[in-house]
Design a protein around this ligand. Structure first.
Ligand code: FNR
Length: 646
């Protein structure tokens, strides 16, 4: 078989890369509050370097206090950051990867609450909205020409620091609605001077930054920029044609490569896919590649096969894989070893992205519990291999079994259903959730490879467990659906959302769904797509509050497009044979006719077996939803943790 192009060496300027795989910059929020490198941050990057990516681009790192956007964001704005940054490049270099760092200024998206300074921008327009959820909204100050020159200088000083710290190159963050792209975009740049107006003027700031950096670090030091190939859904946003012009000017100014991303509320890289389409921005990369001679980096939902095709078609030279490398840092090594079946799949849940925009202080991953815990969560052989029984084949149970088996324990897994997967099976059914099924498929493959004994249709009882004589029992028995206390609920036309999704319940034409969190809303969309007339109601004041900012607006928009009615703030009076009686938030009593009432009111832990077995086996642990109903991330996290602990 021909060696994959993805694994061929390449170069950006004088920087030699061992393959074509790039870790794109991703804010992981593992720095200190003041922006210093931490052990955790080093471990995170070292794992990605060890995993085989040729180029590690360290996340958006702010170059000036006024450009600071996120708490625990990394900084390079002062020499005091040099020791930490030097340690960071050392751990990346240890594994033969090259290290670059993304130089960032948030402009109008910066936060005064962090910097104590009013944000600055090409133009002071607070009303222009933001391409990123939850960002912006502050009144910014229009930059003077003198202030622009000062920021250009800060970029150059930051690049010099990067070189001193041992970075092999720098990337200018010219995308995603931050300062540089605010200059590039007609939407945010309304200046009348030489930095506004036509494309050359709007690109002037980027050109000056590139030139100043080159002057500071020397002409042969690799410097490139990341730009938006398009701003989707942004009024007067950047077009591909404009991006091509910018790319040409950037190359002329000395940019050694162009990294082509995209942004905006409708950017396909940020949209959940109904049916997963890989390489969603490839035509933008191809469009830029047509007009420049320097290498082009493509990004956006890449898979190894799509990457291979893109390289073969000459649409790009390097392939950045972001979330895929959060999910599995070893992906490049596994590609090289032809072990794609062992890759932990990114399920496109946008959990990591939600963590960025919901002001969490760190990112996490639903499928990779070791993200951000690379050192503590190393899998090391158990001192004493034990006979382990896992009860329950949902994500928590399967992950516990996988990690325990990897550590050398002898693991048996009992599942009462005829199939593994637990709630993941239902979770993968609603629209836009198809990628979720990759997770149970992967876990099952791993359990088989690791010789875990799997017994399906096997319901655990105390007697059966005692007879089996395990040294450790891990209970991952999941949840029972919650039955809210509503008069008249026990009627034949009242069904559970899970049964609806799995086609186990009859559903009539007019449907009322009780519960407006993720499951209720997803089930509504599922039914609306099947032609049902759906009304979702909940007690709380807003719908889908637990759904993160990267997904919630899309979900609510789709529900409205599909004609689903949403009703918040209700009190439930009674379920009748023909529908439901509620009191609305205005105190009005209303009757809604329904052929079917669907319950999506949450779940309660199923802990009966735990209570019964305690004290009857040497060691017992309860994990996943049977502790408390939570998310896939919690289930996988619990499973991994207990797999390591026993
Ligand atoms: C990002 N992205 C991003 N982009 C960037 O230029 N600078 C940054 O610091 C970040 N931070 C960041 C954090 C997290 C958690 C995510 C998920 C994304 C965008 C990222 O580099 C990449 O372009 C997208 O993730 C799309 O690529 P994938 O994930 O589909 O391969």
């Amino acid at each position: 078989m021909r060696k994959r192009r993805l694994l061929e060496p390449f170069r950006i300027g004088k920087m030699e890369l061992k393959n074509r795989i790039v870790l794109p910059p991703m804010l992981c929020k593992y720095a200190t509050q003041e922006g210093y490198v931490t052990e955790r941050l080093k471990n995170y990057y070292e794992a990605r370097a060890r995993g085989g990516a040729a180029l590690i681009i360290v996340e958006a790192t702010y170059i000036h206090k006024q450009g600071w956007c996120y708490a625990t964001q990394l900084s390079i704005r002062d020499d005091k950051y040099l020791p930490g940054l030097s340690e960071l490049t050392q751990v990346i270099h240890r594994h033969g990867a090259k290290a670059a760092i993304q130089l960032h200024h948030g402009g109008r998206l910066a936060k005064s609450a962090l910097s104590g300074m009013q944000p600055v921008a090409p133009s002071a327009i607070a009303s222009a909205g933001s391409p990123l959820p939850g960002m912006g909204g502050e009144v910014s100050k229009e930059l003077t020409v003198k202030e622009i020159a000062e920021i250009v200088n800060c970029f150059a000083e930051a690049a010099l620091r990067a070189r001193k710290a041992g970075f092999d190159g720098v990337e200018i963050h010219g995308a995603h609605g931050y300062l540089v792209s605010q200059f590039l975009s007609r939407s945010y740049n309304k200046r009348q001077d030489s930095y506004g107006g036509n494309l050359a003027n709007r690109t002037r700031f980027l050109v000056e930054v590139i030139k100043a950096i080159k002057k500071a670090v020397g002409g042969d030091y690799p410097v490139w920029c990341r730009i938006n190939g398009m701003e989707y859904g942004v009024n007067e946003g950047i077009t591909l044609e404009e991006a091509q012009g910018t790319a040409r000017m950037a190359q002329e100014a000395g940019s050694d490569a162009i990294h082509v991303s995209a942004t905006g509320p409708k950017a396909p890289n940020n949209l959940p896919s109904h049916t997963f389409v890989p390489a969603v921005l490839e035509e933008l990369a191809a469009g830029i590649k047509k007009v420049v001679t320097v290498p082009v980096i493509a990004v956006g939902k890449m898979t190894p096969d799509a990457a291979e095709r893109i390289l073969a078609e000459g649409k790009a030279d390097l392939i950045a894989m972001g979330r895929a490398l959060l999910a599995d840092p070893e992906l490049p090594n596994k590609i090289a070893e032809n072990r794609l079946e062992d890759v932990t799949p990114c399920i496109e849940c946008f959990g990591c992205r939600n963590d960025i925009f919901s002001n969490k202080l760190e990112i996490g991953c639903h499928v990779n519990a070791a993200l951000g815990k690379e050192k503590e969560y190393q899998i090391i052989p158990a001192k004493k291999p034990k006979k382990v029984l896992v009860v329950g084949g949902g994500p928590a149970g399967m992950e516990a079994a996988r990690v325990a088996a990897l550590r050398g324990h002898r693991v048996t897994l009992w599942e009462k259903e005829p199939r593994l997967g637990g709630q993941l099976v239902q979770a993968a059914i609603p629209p836009y959730k198809d990628r979720v099924s990759l997770l149970p498929e992967y876990l099952q493959r791993q359990l088989r490879k690791l010789n875990v004994t799997i017994e399906l249709n096997k319901e655990a009882t105390v007697a059966l467990i005692e007879e089996f004589k395990p040294e450790v029992v891990i209970l991952a028995t999941g949840v029972k659906p919650l039955l809210p206390e509503i008069k008249g609920l026990h009627k034949a036309h009242v069904v559970q959302a899970g049964d609806v999704l799995e086609n186990k319940a009859e559903v009539g034409n007019r449907v009322v769904i009780i519960g407006g969190e993720l499951v209720g809303c997803e089930t509504a969309e599922f039914l609306a797509e099947r032609g049902k007339k759906v009304l979702v109601m909940r007690r709380g004041p807003e719908m889908a509050t637990g759904v993160g900012p990267s997904l919630r607006p899309f979900l609510l928009d789709r529900l409205s497009e599909k004609g689903v009615t949403l009703l918040t703030g209700v009190r439930y009076n009674e379920v009748t044979s023909g529908g439901i009686v509620v009191t609305t938030k205005d105190g009005e009593k209303k009757i809604f006719k329904a052929d079917t009432i669907v319950l999506a009111a949450g779940a309660v832990p199923d802990q009966k077996l735990y209570e019964d077995i305690k004290g009857k086996v040497p060691e017992v642990h309860c994990i996943g939803d049977c502790v408390e109903p939570r998310t896939i991330r919690d289930a996988i996290g619990d499973g991994y943790r207990i797999g390591l602990q026993i």
